[in-house]
Design a protein around this ligand. Structure first.
Ligand SMILES: Cc1cc2nc3c(=O)[nH]c(=O)nc-3n(C[C@H](O)[C@H](O)[C@H](O)COP(=O)(O)OP(=O)(O)OC[C@H]3O[C@@H](n4cnc5c(N)ncnc54)[C@H](O)[C@@H]3O)c2cc1C
Length: 439
């Protein structure tokens, strides 16, 4: 009998495997596909380094630092170019406009009216929330609707591709919610945090993309990973768990961790309370396009991290990352790489179009935005039918159903990106916490 089985070899499952390997060799990672990494997938072609999933990871917790250090990857970390990373744009009356980041920039920005700026500086007077609320209500109450519409909607679009009227503030804007709860004000919390910490956590990537991390973890665990092992059912036994694979093979283990998406897990278990909660989780589709443009043919030379949109902008994309400005090695020297994200709550219809038809539409948008004349040098696309799980007001019930299930099913642990943090670093931290607490 295997001591521990981990289902899924995305970053959550690989991190569980990595931390468990420090305690036992008797574990197995079962992955349905023939490759590891899950959503983290780097594609290198024609000297373009493209990410189909995450483009950067935040170095904001100990578990992420630990795994990078264990994999000897600290020296390979690359950080975004500081000057360009500070320039993040949104549209204002169809013009690309820099998002204000400092108090002076907030005073000067044309994005917000005097009234909104006034609200911003007096946010500390708004009473703290007694219970959780939607992102829309939470931000509108504290900073006003204009601030919500013009700055928070594009930001939420960039991370969750979601609808702020349905999303839970406590779970989607965890830091801001905690600042409000602790200091009575978000601005006070940010100031306190800036005063206490010497530097803000940085985002990073590696020279050959984020797959460097998953491939390195996978290489260290290669004896314990089984590919093409699609789990179809989990049953409790007297001594632990029976795991059935699609090919009818059975694997027995004492302890089990699942890291698969919620829409997979609900078909593996029999617990109706948890299944009902898992069914409520919606994943928004995301289509990812990579464009390589000849620098000499780009007329509008924006320099920065990228641009985010809101529904009123009527653009056919959620946002564009200016990859070559963030990391200049990701494209040939005379070319620029851009990543365009389409989809989410408001662009679901676009994601139903034939991907090549959509690619043509997005190519035209790109050409018009950059005033681009000439042939596009490089195009790639990737379709995530189930892209990003939405953290709605049902999160609290979901989390308590997960905990209830784990209490009823001894040594069965559930993690993944659909609760308690969607980012790569959150996934690593949650895996670390499970292993530390229960293994
Ligand atoms: C387009 C996009 C952009 C993103 N950008 C960022 C970003 O910039 N920064 C950031 O921090 N985060 C970003 N995220 C979020 C982050 O990438 C994910 O939340 C995280 O990678 C999820 O990892 P995971 O291991 O929990 O899940 P997954 O990566 O989904 O892994 C689950 C694994 O389980 C396997 N599996 C599924 N069913 C079975 C089964 N029945 N049996 C066995 N195995 C199974 C799957 O094949 C997969 O390998 C982005 C996500 C998307 C979609």
């Amino acid at each position: 009998m295997t001591d521990v089985v981990i289902i899924g070899a995305g970053i959550s499952g690989l991190s569980c495997g990595h931390f468990i390997s420090k305690k036992t060799n008797n574990f197995l990672i079962l992955e349905s596909k023939d490759k590891l990494g899950g959503i983290i997938q780097t594609n290198i072609e024609k000297n373009y380094i493209c990410e189909y999933g995450p483009n950067t990871v935040l170095l904001n917790n100990e578990a992420t630092k630990q795994i990078i250090s264990d994999c000897n990857l600290f020296e390979r970390i690359i950080y975004p170019s500081i000057n360009n990373a500070k320039n993040r744009f949104v549209f204002n009356n169809n013009k690309i406009t820099k998002i204000p980041l400092t108090p002076i920039e907030f005073i000067k920005t044309s994005l917000l009216s005097i009234n909104s700026k006034f609200k911003l500086f007096f946010e500390f007077l708004v009473p703290r929330h007694k219970k959780n609320d939607t992102v829309f209500n939470f931000i509108s109450k504290r900073f006003g609707k204009e601030f919500h519409d013009k700055l928070v909607v594009p930001f939420i679009t960039g991370i969750y591709a979601g609808n702020t009227k349905r999303m839970s503030a406590k779970h989607s804007l965890k830091n801001l919610w905690n600042y409000e709860q602790k200091y009575g004000s978000i601005t006070k919390g940010i100031i306190q945090n800036l005063l206490r910490k010497k530097s803000q956590p940085k985002s990073f990537n590696f020279p050959n993309g984020l797959s460097e991390l998953t491939l390195k973890i996978g290489e260290n665990l290669k004896k314990s990973i089984r590919f093409n092992s699609n789990v179809s059912k989990i049953k409790k036994t007297e001594k632990g768990y029976e795991i059935s694979l699609e090919n009818e093979e059975k694997i027995y283990c004492k302890k089990l961790i699942t890291t698969v998406p919620s829409y997979v897990l609900m078909n593996l278990i029999d617990d109706s309370t948890l299944i009902n909660e898992l069914k409520k989780i919606k994943y928004n589709p995301i289509d990812v396009f990579h464009f390589g443009l000849d620098k000499k043919n780009i007329k509008n030379k924006y320099k920065g991290f990228g641009v985010l949109t809101k529904p009123e902008d009527k653009k056919k994309y959620l946002g564009i990352l200016f990859n070559s400005d963030i990391f200049n090695h990701v494209s040939p020297t005379n070319k620029n790489l851009y990543t365009v994200l389409v989809g989410g709550e408001n662009q679901k219809k676009l994601c139903k179009k034939n991907i090549m038809e959509l690619q043509d539409i997005i190519s035209e948008e790109i050409k018009s935005l950059f005033g681009y004349k000439g042939e596009i040098d490089f195009i790639k696309n990737y379709r995530w039918k189930n892209g990003i799980p939405q953290y709605t007001m049902d999160q609290e019930e979901l989390i308590s159903a997960v905990r209830g299930f784990e209490l009823k099913n001894n040594n069965f642990f559930i993690t993944g990106n659909y609760f308690n943090g969607v980012s790569v670093s959150d996934c690593i931290q949650k895996s670390y916490d499970i292993v530390k607490k229960y293994f």
